[in-house]
Design a protein around this ligand. Structure first.
Ligand code: PMP
Length: 354
């Protein structure tokens, strides 16, 4: 840290994303991207004509995109915020709804960005332990008297709870925001969006990064009551009113026109996931039930880090966490069927080597 940095950030430990190797000699199963390319309409939308218009600012209201998202999710445009990835939704939400007095609650095992944002904004973090089987118990969140954030399905576990369970949390603390991060919802879980009309304290965030093959385009969105979205808009326009660039906006509009293509891809990925889980079970791995595009799985005789290293040496990238509860596991993104064959072959070779 230079002597010019605000000392408030001295203890800040930034989020460390999964590695993005420059050379593509790896089978990349480490950051939950989609193995499938964007729809042809997206390639056509990011056209030379659109590039020529880059001299002009994009629409700061993102009106067309918000209308399209609203139609897709059965809400009004006033219920939709768009952002530069759902990480930006989370950033705006922490800024808007969390403070130093109340703190914020999240599961002890969840998306690693929540603690970073809490530290960034000086918000005390109240970590709520997941159950022994890594499931989230709604009653642990009743009446905490502070905003709550969790991923559903959760990451890196892959487990999900039903909207009726989320509803119990919403009912038990109607005066605090409950932020449900649905980054992985399209791979088989049930969304809480239908609850938005009933609970003005519910904010649901989603992303185009996983199910809609657009991690590189950076588009996330949130759905919530007009009040919550208005608050987030205030933060957005005080931070970066042009947060969605023209090319991403064009790509996102075309993406929504091809939604059937993407939802079909999600079904394919879910099938590949279930087949991969069966293959891992045959090999004695213990794998958590997953409703996401990744599996959280433990090898019987190696730590997560050991298996990660061996897979990496064979050209396959996954993720691991060196914390007491997670150290036995790797998280493997579901790629194409061919990539999962390569992964399983690398697993077998890694184990034979011992
Ligand atoms: N939430 C969860 C649970 C995630 O795993 C991720 C991906 N790292 C995100 C949000 C953020 O994704 P993005 O910013 O690409 O939308």
């Amino acid at each position: 840290m230079s002597r010019f940095m605000n000392p408030r950030f001295a203890a800040l430990r930034p989020y460390v994303p999964g590695e993005q190797p420059r050379e593509m000699r790896y089978v990349k199963l480490n950051t939950n991207e989609s193995p499938y390319p964007p729809a042809p309409a997206v390639l056509a939308a990011v056209s030379a004509a659109e590039v020529r218009r880059l001299n002009l600012y994009p629409d700061p209201d993102c009106r067309l995109l918000r209308e399209k998202l609203a139609a897709r999710y059965g809400v009004g445009p006033e219920n939709v915020l768009v952002a530069n990835g759902s990480d930006e939704v989370l950033n705006f939400a922490f800024m808007a709804f969390c403070d130093a007095e109340s703190g914020v609650a999240c599961p002890d095992i969840s998306y690693g960005f929540y603690p970073v944002l809490a530290a960034l904004y000086g918000v005390p973090l109240r970590e709520v332990p997941l159950a022994e089987d890594f499931s989230l118990r709604p009653e642990d969140y009743f009446g905490l008297g502070c905003p709550v954030v969790f991923a559903n399905p959760n990451a890196p576990t892959g487990r999900a709870i039903r909207p009726a369970q989320v509803e119990r949390i919403l009912q038990n603390d109607p005066d605090h925001v409950v932020l449900v991060d649905e980054a992985y919802v399209d791979f088989g879980a049930e969304s809480c969006v239908p609850l938005v009309s009933k609970y003005d304290n519910l904010l649901v965030s989603m992303t185009f990064s996983k199910s809609r093959s657009m991690a590189g385009g950076r588009l996330g969105f949130a759905i919530g009551s007009a009040g919550l979205i208005g608050d987030l808009e205030k933060i957005r326009c005080s931070t970066n009113p042009y947060n969605i660039n023209r090319l991403t906006m064009a790509a996102a509009l075309a993406t929504l026109d091809s939604d059937d293509y993407y939802m079909e891809n999600c079904r394919r990925i879910a099938q590949t996931r279930d087949r991969t889980a069966e293959q891992l079970a045959k090999r004695g791995f213990s794998t958590l039930p997953s409703l996401t595009n990744f599996l959280f799985t433990a090898c019987p005789e190696m730590s997560g880090e050991q298996l990660y290293q061996k897979l990496r040496a064979r050209g396959v990238l996954v993720r691991y966490w060196n914390t007491p509860r997670l150290k036995d596991y790797i998280r493997v993104t579901i790629g194409s069927p061919e990539e999962m064959e390569t992964f399983l072959a690398a697993v077998d070779a890694s184990r034979e080597e011992r």
